[in-house]
Design a binder for this molecule. Structure first.
Ligand code: TNX
Length: 493
């Protein structure tokens, strides 16, 4: 029984020897510069997985037979399931005591290594063993994300790296960071220094807050990129903007800067479309943000703008979307952005099943792509059950099985399934103040979302998933990650 999550396309036991990963294990890559870089990163990832340094060897003969204990990485077009064109496809073979991971591109090798990490089990002598097996795999959706709110409570670079490492294990590939809200501004914007100087120093409940410098944001993106994860930064406009209104007085119609906000209400703040200062602000912020962003996407928020007139909403979001397009980025916005013509050619992110859904289907017909984050399924800040000490409950209680048992193509009536680029979990941090609390909300639910996003519909099955996920908890514990004992899974004692 293999306990791989998400379930791969094909997993087959082979005959023969297991591979023993010990301190003598070598990571073997090709001799190209890119392959060396890949080897260094993967040796690091693998080293953390097995808890020991892994030595890196470059071989210029791809056909050379691996030695027992070797882990071989190969860039090879002819891998993964027939018909898949994904860069993330891979084939993993553990046979004759060695492991070979091959993929057409870096991303696929990283996904194969994640599978390898789950196949490893510790031996009594301190090493690890990989059973003889062949895995052939590729994702269902190209966008498999986690949205993390660092505005309500701030989480620093080290915590973000822990989250990225967790995402890597479950083959998630998009980290969406919610970097501004009423309670604080969390990213240095060089052309607008007052944002972080004046509006980063508090959070929900009045705590100390914090922000990422340009260099730290870069460090996060590079750490993610090494794991084939793209960072999508979000600056939320035109609502959720009290921090901006606090930093720059001229963004307020009365010219008076707002006070810091430490509550958890939403929908009271807004940018003002009639003020000339607003466009200058949007141009500066989204211009800088686009140039700081390595990936193709930038999120402009657009949700819950209850204090913004319809026309003003359109003026503001379409202006920001144009700034992003001019800078070569694809704009992403929450569900409400679907109503803006500027969402065509961009991405709309569904979140609230009780808001109108038809505009999402219509935006898709007009050319938008759609990311699904239905609150009642994948909002991992929802309480697991009544009385749970952490989280909110506006979208109901969300247990593990709720996060698992739903079909993306059936979520929005009339939505062309071809428009769905993927699934994104979201965790909002009004009630979450540290990594332990965050991780208890993510685990195990994040792994269910990862399987919905990765695994083909016909291969998905709750009973199978429940069995496989039970085999993962010791790995979380080994990594010091808190988790919730969801019902319906036979967790080991
Ligand atoms: C709704 S999701 C929000 C956030 C809150 C979240 C809490 C979305 C686009 N807006 O502002 O933090 O609910 O679950």
């Amino acid at each position: 029984m293999f306990t791989i999550v998400p379930q791969p396309v094909e997993v087959r036991s082979l005959e023969g020897e297991s591979a023993h990963i010990t301190s003598a294990t070598r990571l073997v890559t090709g001799t190209g510069g890119a392959e060396l870089e890949l080897g260094v990163v993967l040796a690091g990832i693998l080293g953390t997985l097995v808890g020991q340094a892994i030595s890196l060897v470059q071989s210029d003969d791809p056909d050379e037979a691996p030695q027992p204990g070797d882990i071989v990485m190969r860039i090879d077009e002819a891998t993964g399931p027939a018909g898949s064109t994904s860069d993330e496809r891979y084939t993993l073979e553990s046979r004759d005591g060695a492991v070979v991971v091959s993929a057409p591109a870096y991303a696929g090798v990283v996904r194969g290594v994640a599978t390898l990490g789950q196949l490893l089990s510790p031996t009594s002598t301190g090493g690890f063993v990989v059973p003889p097996v062949r895995v052939v795999d590729a994702p269902r959706y190209p966008w498999r994300g986690l949205s993390l709110d660092v505005a309500r409570h701030f989480f620093g670079v080290d915590d973000i790296k822990r989250v990225i490492a967790l995402m890597t294990r479950y083959k998630l590939n998009v980290l969406h960071l919610h970097l501004s809200d009423d309670q604080g501004w969390r990213l240095e914007i060089p052309s607008r220094p007052e944002l972080t100087a004046r509006a980063s120093g508090s959070s929900v409940g009045g705590g100390p807050g914090g922000f990422f410098t340009v260099a730290e944001f870069d460090e996060i993106q590079r750490f993610a990129q090494a794991r084939a994860i793209t960072v999508v930064p979000e600056i939320d406009i035109p609502g959720h903007t009290n921090a901006a209104l606090q930093a720059y007085a001229e963004l307020n119609p009365d010219g008076v800067a707002k006070d810091a906000y430490t509550g958890i209400e939403v929908g009271f703040s807004t940018l003002d479309a009639s003020l000339p200062a607003t466009k200058d602000f949007l141009r500066d912020v989204f211009g800088d943000l686009a140039s700081m962003t390595q990936g193709p996407w930038v999120h402009l928020g657009g949700d819950e703008a209850h204090g913004t007139e319809r026309e003003d909403y359109e003026t503001i979001v379409s202006f920001a979307a144009d700034v992003l397009r001019d800078a070569g980025k694809v704009p992403v916005g929450w569900q409400e952005f679907a109503a803006s013509p500027s969402s065509a050619g961009g991405i709309v992110q569904l979140w609230h099943m009780e808001l109108e859904l038809e505009p999402v289907a219509a935006a898709a017909r007009a050319g938008a792509q759609v990311v699904l984050s239905p609150g009642n399924r994948v909002y991992l800040d929802m309480k697991y059950h009544e009385g749970y000490p952490l989280g909110l409950d506006w979208a109901g209680h969300v247990e593990l099985r709720d996060s698992y048992d739903w079909e993306p193509t059936e979520a929005v009536p009339g939505l062309d399934p071809e428009a769905i680029v993927g699934i994104e979990a979201a965790v909002w941090t009004e009630t979450l103040t540290n990594l332990d609390e965050l991780s208890t909300m993510l685990l195990p639910r994040l792994t269910a979302v990862a399987e919905v996003a990765w695994t083909a519909r016909e291969l998905r099955d709750w009973d199978s998933y429940a069995r496989r996920i039970a085999g993962q908890a010791w790995r979380w514990e080994r990594n010091g990650l808190s988790w919730h004992r969801s019902p319906g899974v036979d967790w080991a004692e």
